[in-house]
Ligand binder design. Structure first.
Ligand code: FES
Length: 109
C-alpha cells in the first residue's frame, strides 16, 4: 500500500492554459477549493488559503517555486510545501497525475 492509495482522485479541469508563474484557484467537483500553479517544473497544487489566516493564496506571488502570501509574506516551496523564511506552518500540497491527457488531483477524503 502506498500513500497515494488513500487519496480520492478527481478531475482537475481548466488548468492546461496556465503558463509559468501563473496560479489559479480551482473548485473541484467534491467542493474542495485548491490553488494550481505552473512553475518551470510543471503543475503544482496546494490548499487555496494561507495556513496562517486563510487569505486566498491566488492573490499572492509565485516566483520560481516560491509562493508568497500577500498579507504577512509567509513563503513556501510549492514543490514540497516546506515553509521558508518566517513561515511557521507548511503548505498542504496535493498530488497530480495525468490520465488520458486529463489532469487528476488526489486529495484526502
Ligand atoms: S495571512 Fe498569509 S501569512 Fe498571514
Amino acid at each position: 500500500m502506498t500513500a497515494s492509495d488513500d487519496l480520492v482522485w478527481e478531475p482537475l479541469d481548466d488548468v492546461a492554459d496556465l503558463e509559468v508563474g501563473d496560479r489559479r484557484e480551482v473548485s473541484l467537483a467534491s467542493g474542495k477549493l485548491v490553488l494550481v500553479m505552473r512553475t518551470e517544473d510543471g503543475l503544482h497544487a496546494s490548499c487555496a488559503d494561507c495556513p496562517h489566516q486563510d487569505t486566498p493564496l491566488a492573490e499572492g506571488m509565485l516566483d520560481g517555486s516560491v509562493l508568497t502570501c500577500p498579507v504577512h509574506f509567509w513563503q513556501w516551496d510549492v514543490t514540497t510545501g516546506e515553509p521558508l523564511g518566517v513561515a511557521e506552518l507548511p503548505l498542504e500540497i496535493f498530488q497530480l497525475r495525468q490520465e488520458g491527457g486529463r489532469w487528476m488531483i488526489g486529495t484526502r477524503p
